[in-house]
Design a protein around this ligand. Structure first.
Ligand code: NMX
Ligand code: MLT
Length: 435
């Protein structure tokens, strides 16, 4: 069967022409005005980046290469006996826009298994981290250190031509994704115990291996959860903090390990990926304050107390979305199928029925609905993965798929150094004085 790299090599020349033609036809057209408020307001809504893997619609949510989450759940290859999509297939789709065959997906699982081992100095870095160092900081350290063996950095030093950049970037991207289960598993076992890491099984898929390294492969539903989890967290267009950071750093021709290490540092912020940790901490605090099986009124009052304390309700709101996140819905479907009676799932539902009303009444949040992070913790904890400060590591494993695929395309299409223009408040006042 044709490999992913061979297929990409076929697609790249046509896409270079496609971009040229698009720029020739539309390049001089204005893409809406820029408001001064957008400079101060985190560039919300500013059209500023090209990102091919996925596009986010405010009402409908994410589409991966034009396909919604229910569509990819249906179309992507599954593991034998499984019903969730394999993330291997999602990566193929993100890179090529095409649904791979079962055979191609199996070949990708094998390729990643073959690339999965860590250099021993990276294992030592992780083993020396104090268990009190946040798992995301350990994750970022290890990914950054993988730059030691970057094919791109080496090829660049040897004077590789611009036209060939995508090839070593592809190799680094594949190595990066392949090595993440070993990094995540090692951090998990170092920090929380659980004994020696098992070896990667070349006959099993990526998510099975990840689950096995974490110590949960004896629970087939957890393995299925990992397949769904990695698929849906992979990409959320290009403007979110982790994706944009990876693209920005990559634009300096920093290799994929350096670029994705930077992504992880952004994902580790509580307004971004760390929110999945924060949600569970918040739910547990609520339970200890108002008890389990609390009334709607008690939950409502707790939500108000969070807002009155000047804190955000984690897992709710979004910079782009204006409806319930379809990634939340996909996880809810999973919970309804596998853990309908779980008490924490019932609390998540109760919160879902109460928080939007409170946020609307409070009148500040532009989107009162839940995002992806409002639901992931309850699924993980159901299977015994209770260590909340590990949750964002799983988000990070998944986000590598989206960031890595765009990095490959950016190098293939010759994306330039990112360097937008900034202004001081003094300059803004001067420029707009009489306008
Ligand atoms: N709880 C309380 N206040 C909120 C919330 C919330 N969940 N969401 C927005 N607001 C506030 C926000 O803090 C801001 O207040 P102020 O004017 O005092 O600065 C105001 O509402 C307007 O913010 P928005 O324009 O609605 O939201 P923005 O685009 O700036 O930020 C988030 C988006 C996601 C950062 C924000 O909704 C938030 O902080 N949510 C909670 C954290 C979270 O769940 N993050 C995860 C997002 C998904 N991910 O994985 O990255
Ligand atoms: C993401 O998945 O990156 C988050 O939903 C945040 C975003 O899209 O801004």
């Amino acid at each position: 069967a044709q490999t992913l790299k061979e297929r990409l090599a076929e697609l790249i020349p046509a896409e270079i022409e496609n971009v040229k033609a698009t720029r020739a036809e539309h390049g001089k057209k204005s893409f809406g005005p820029v408001l001064v408020d957008q400079l101060y307001g985190g560039m919300r809504g500013l059209p500023a980046l090209i990102w091919d893997g996925s596009v986010l619609d405010a009402d409908e949510g994410i589409r991966f290469r034009g396909k919604s989450i229910p569509e990819i759940q249906q179309a992507l290859p599954k593991a034998p006996g499984g019903s969730e999509p394999l993330p291997e297939g999602l990566f193929w789709l993100l890179l090529t826009g095409e649904i791979p065959t079962q055979e191609q997906v199996t070949a990708l699982s094998k390729d990643w298994a073959a690339r999965s081992s860590l250099p021993s100095f990276v294992e030592e870095i992780l083993d020396r981290c104090p268990p009190t160092l946040h798992p995301m900081s350990q994750f970022s350290l290890a990914v950054t250190a993988l730059n030691h063996d970057s094919a791109f950095a080496k090829a660049y030093q040897q004077g590789i031509s611009k036209k060939e950049y995508w090839q070593p970037t592809f190799e680094d991207a594949m190595d990066l994704i392949a090595k993440l289960p070993n990094i995540a598993g090692r951090i998990y076992r170092n920090v929380y115990g659980g004994g020696k890491l098992p070896a990667i099984d070349a006959d099993k898929d990526y998510s099975y291996n990840l689950a096995n390294l974490l110590g949960f492969a004896d629970k087939p539903d957890f393995v299925e959860l990992m397949r769904l989890y990695i698929t849906i967290h992979s990409d959320h267009e290009g403007g979110n903090v982790s994706a944009h950071t990876g693209k920005l750093v990559g634009s300096a021709l920093s290799d994929p390990f350096l670029a994705f290490g930077a992504s992880l540092n952004g994902l580790a912020g509580p307004l971004h990926g760390l929110a999945n940790q924060e949600v569970l901490i918040w739910l547990r605090k609520m339970q200890s304050k108002i008890g389990e099986n609390a009334s709607d009124d008690a939950v409502r009052e707790y939500v108000w107390s969070t807002l009155k304390a000047g804190q955000v309700v984690p897992g709710y709101g979004h910079a782009v979305l204006r409806k319930t996140d379809p990634r939340y819905m996909a996880q809810r479907e999973f919970a309804l199928k596998h853990l309908p009676e779980n008490p924490l799932f019932k609390l998540v539902n109760q919160v879902y029925n109460i928080v939007p009303g409170v946020l609307l009444e409070a009148g500040k949040a532009k989107n009162p609905w839940p995002n992806v992070d409002a639901h992931s913790g309850v699924l993980l904890t159901h299977y015994g993965l209770n260590q909340m400060n590990f949750y964002t590591v799983l988000f990070g494993v998944s986000r590598a798929f989206g960031v890595a695929s765009q990095l490959i395309w950016d190098r293939a299409l010759g994306a330039p150094l990112e360097r937008p223009k900034s202004y001081s408040t003094e300059a803004i006042k001067k420029i707009f004085k009489d306008k």
